[in-house]
Design a protein around this ligand. Structure first.
Ligand SMILES: *[C@@H]1O[C@H](CO)[C@@H](O)[C@H](O)[C@H]1NC(C)=O
Ligand SMILES: *[C@@H]1O[C@H](CO)[C@@H](O)[C@H](O)[C@H]1NC(C)=O
Ligand SMILES: *[C@@H]1O[C@H](CO)[C@@H](O)[C@H](O)[C@H]1NC(C)=O
Ligand SMILES: *[C@@H]1O[C@H](CO)[C@@H](O)[C@H](O)[C@H]1NC(C)=O
Ligand SMILES: *[C@@H]1O[C@H](CO)[C@@H](O)[C@H](O)[C@H]1NC(C)=O
Ligand SMILES: *[C@@H]1O[C@H](CO)[C@@H](O)[C@H](O)[C@H]1NC(C)=O
Ligand SMILES: *[C@@H]1O[C@H](CO)[C@@H](O)[C@H](O)[C@H]1NC(C)=O
Ligand SMILES: *[C@@H]1O[C@H](CO)[C@@H](O)[C@H](O)[C@H]1NC(C)=O
Ligand SMILES: *[C@@H]1O[C@H](CO)[C@@H](O)[C@H](O)[C@H]1NC(C)=O
Ligand SMILES: *[C@@H]1O[C@H](CO)[C@@H](O)[C@H](O)[C@H]1NC(C)=O
Ligand SMILES: *[C@@H]1O[C@H](CO)[C@@H](O)[C@H](O)[C@H]1NC(C)=O
Ligand SMILES: *[C@@H]1O[C@H](CO)[C@@H](O)[C@H](O)[C@H]1NC(C)=O
Length: 620
């Protein structure tokens, strides 16, 4: 009740603050036309974006918004500490992949092909297309364009949790763009305080080259394209200069805005407060329930009506976010859960309405996994699509996206004919690290997966990795548990001995996965010996030059034929050994790991592209 009232208030506030101005003429509102046959597309480009209070003052949240890592923003933006917080208006260059997109099927807006970066955004409570385009994406797109590319969504009736495409305006240079042959056309939103010459000097290009491309009369808040051969050097953290004279003119606006921000701030504080007390209540309840795990399980079996009601109560706030499947649909999809459709464990493959899903029959209460999954949304985590409760025996089913290429475990350890090359393995390591970084750092309270292993890492059609199976995951941190779960060969020693649950136990298990990627060996051998122990013994504290030699003997034999650099392998090995430190506090955090792995990716790419791999593994 309180929440509905609050979101209503929020909505009201947004409406009051944000009435669209219909009088303003908006040229090219649906985006820039492009020719699908033009070879310039797709291309890599950048958008100029300004950090903004209250929720976009760190690279992580901006990276999440644009679906890139913080490192990918930090480097072009000359930010040396990607973990540091930003100041409002701090200039950033956000990388985009720009493509030329044919009009959507039901082309009621009569648009032709337009060029944009396809950014997917999950609608939250109170969002409107107008609000998200002007505020979060800072006018790098328009609500008209968002409506045009999302013909299936009703702008006045957006469902919370649905994904909408936000087409971020961009353009690729073609041969004729101008005589100077720019490498990038940077998307830049013209500010009221700008004129063409100030923009030209910011980017260190001529005014003429900008007007050639954008015409003479771009209006404030239009996205213009600035042709550059390289990104300008920005000096951080000085903000983009807003001339003082303009400031006085905009005083009224600023006062209005600060009142608005004030109102929003109060609402935000209220919301956070509410969330915190709910959060605490939940975690208290959870601890209590943790002890009663067994009892709860019995109860679950006992009264089917009761169980259904309790699960429904647990998930009632995410009902609109997920599809509720019918039991008949699942039975039909799997021919009555025939073993033919079994993927592994209790997970079946099934087709509902022409779409493939993975259907997991829960052997115990699903509410913990549901609670966690409804909080997370990241490309490197397997997405929950819906659920189903069987009214007859009170069983619960969770329905996930189907990930085409199966588990990393089967790719590494089962004879598949095809083998993963080093670049793919490195990519997989980075993907998993990104997914873990997300659950450790961007969910509140933190989520600990507790069962990271190669069979819980799935590979999609383009061999990108997704973390699956949050069945053992816990939210909240630094708890002690008496009930040890997990998988031999991956479990962190402090958890095994003392039951300490922390994000560092995921770091440890991730280290074991890295060792698997390097060596192709199973986490535990036929005699029950754990692989990580022998690896630590072999490599810990060994000098780098000796390491190089030892790695050659230890690395997966299928990789030796590959043109891989030993530096790259050793740097990943060093990350893995760091993760396996017996002292959890000495293990690196996922942030450091993502950074280190991305660096070894760079090292690898640099050398392999030059074709002068300095230390090819296959030598000798
Ligand atoms: C924008 O629209 C105008 C006409 O409204 C057109 O002349 C111009 O070429 C368009 N610009 C771009 C970049 O598509
Ligand atoms: C693109 O090329 C294909 C064949 O090469 C042609 O059929 C089509 O009409 C072209 N489209 C445009 C917009 O030029
Ligand atoms: C960012 O990380 C670096 C090293 O990883 C550390 O020295 C620095 O203190 C961190 N800064 C913040 C603000 O956390
Ligand atoms: C496309 O248009 C047809 C008829 O105009 C309509 O029946 C259908 O629902 C529309 N599809 C979408 C995805 O909007
Ligand atoms: C699209 O074109 C059709 C026919 O040319 C026209 O009836 C319709 O009004 C146009 N729609 C828009 C949104 O301009
Ligand atoms: C945009 O991306 C989403 C998901 O990544 C995809 O389903 C969709 O087809 C893409 N749309 C276009 C126009 O490329
Ligand atoms: C985006 O444009 C609108 C006017 O169209 C303006 O009110 C708003 O402040 C702009 N947003 C940003 C972040 O500059
Ligand atoms: C809004 O959408 C929901 C489901 O998508 C539908 O049930 C409801 O009737 C819609 N409301 C309006 C006013 O169109
Ligand atoms: C580029 O310019 C040349 C001559 O100016 C012209 O012949 C050619 O068609 C142009 N190409 C494109 C893609 O516009
Ligand atoms: C652009 O703005 C600067 C400073 O505000 C001013 O000195 C300059 O004359 C302006 N240029 C044009 C072409 O309006
Ligand atoms: C940016 O700085 C680098 C080295 O500091 C220099 O080589 C490059 O020319 C500079 N670029 C511009 C556009 O000033
Ligand atoms: C990066 O920013 C620092 C100040 O934060 C500045 O001294 C340095 O010159 C900048 N680097 C480049 C390449 O512009």
């Amino acid at each position: 009740m309180k929440e509905t009232l609050l979101s209503l208030l929020c909505l009201l506030a947004f409406i009051v603050l944000d009435l669209p101005d219909p009088a303003r003429a908006q040229p090219n509102t649906t985006g820039n036309t492009c020719d699908v046959n033009q070879t310039a597309y797709p291309c890599q480009t950048y958008a100029f974006y300004r950090a903004a209070a209250p929720d976009r003052l760190d690279l992580a949240s901006i990276g999440d918004l644009f679906e890139v890592s913080r490192l990918m923003i930090a480097e072009p933006s000359n930010i040396s500490f990607p973990n540091a917080s930003l100041v409002p208006n701090q200039p950033l260059f956000v990388p985009l992949t720009c493509s030329c997109n044919p009009p959507p099927a039901n082309n009621t807006y009569n648009i032709t092909s337009i060029s944009y970066a396809n950014i997917s955004y999950t609608i939250e409570s109170g969002d409107t297309f107008y609000d998200v385009s002007t505020r979060r994406f800072e006018n790098l797109t328009t609500f008209q364009s968002v409506e045009a590319v999302n013909p299936t969504l009703v702008p006045t009736n957006l469902t919370i949790g649905v994904d909408a495409i936000f087409p971020i305006f961009c353009k690729c240079p073609d041969a004729n763009t101008s005589s100077i042959r720019p490498n990038y056309l940077v998307s830049y939103v013209l500010q009221p305080s700008d004129n063409i010459s100030t923009v030209a000097s910011l980017f260190n290009v001529s005014s003429q080259s900008i007007t050639d491309l954008n015409g003479n009369n771009p209006q404030p808040f239009d996205t213009i394209f600035v042709p550059v051969s390289q990104l300008p050097n920005v000096t951080q953290p000085t903000t983009f200069p807003a001339p003082p004279s303009q400031k006085t003119e905009r005083k009224g606006v600023i006062i209005g805005l600060s009142i608005g921000v004030g109102v929003l701030g109060i609402l935000l504080i209220l919301l956070i407060g509410l969330w915190f007390c709910c959060g605490y209540r939940v975690s208290e309840k959870k601890d209590y329930e943790g002890d009663k795990e067994e009892i709860r399980k019995d109860k679950w079996q006992q009264g089917k009506g009761e169980a259904e009601v309790s699960l429904m109560a647990d998930v009632s706030d995410c009902l609109d976010k997920y599809r509720v499947f019918k039991m008949e649909e699942l039975r039909e999809a799997t021919e009555g859960f025939s073993p033919r459709y079994l993927i592994q464990g209790s997970v079946y493959r099934g087709v509902v309405d022409g779409e493939v899903f993975a259907i997991k029959k829960m052997t115990w209460n699903a509410s913990e996994e549901l609670k966690i999954l409804q909080k997370v949304n990241h490309g490197n985590l397997v997405r929950l699509e819906g659920f189903c409760i069987d009214p007859e025996d009170a069983n619960c089913y969770l329905i996930y996206e189907f990930v085409e290429n199966g588990s990393l475990h089967s790719w590494l350890h089962e004879n598949k004919g095809e083998k993963l090359n080093w670049k793919m393995r490195l990519r997989i390591g980075i993907d998993v690290a990104n997914g873990l970084q997300y659950i450790h750092e961007h969910t509140r309270p933190q989520v600990v997966h507790k069962d990271i292993k190669s069979s819980n890492i799935l590979l999609d059609s383009s061999m990108r990795a997704k973390i699956a199976n949050f069945g053992l995951a816990k939210s909240g941190c630094n708890a002690i548990t008496m009930h040890i779960v997990g998988t031999q060969g991956y479990i962190a020693p402090e958890y095994l001995s003392d039951g300490v649950v922390s994000t560092r136990m995921d770091v440890f298990s991730f280290g074991v996965v890295l060792l698997e990627l390097i060596s192709g060996k199973e986490a535990i051998d036929e005699d029950g010996r754990v692989m990580w122990a022998s690896a630590v013994e072999k490599f810990e504290g060994v000098r780098e030059d000796q390491k190089l030699r030892k790695v050659r003997d230890w690395v997966d034999k299928t990789l030796v034929a590959d043109t891989i650099s030993a530096e790259s392998v050793v740097s990943v090995l060093n990350v893995a050994i760091g993760c396996l430190n017996k002292d959890p506090s000495k293990r690196p955090s996922m942030v450091d790991i993502v950074y280190a792995l991305s660096k070894s990716d760079d090292v690898f790419c640099d050398t392999s592209e030059d074709g002068l791999s300095p230390q090819p593994l296959s030598a000798r």
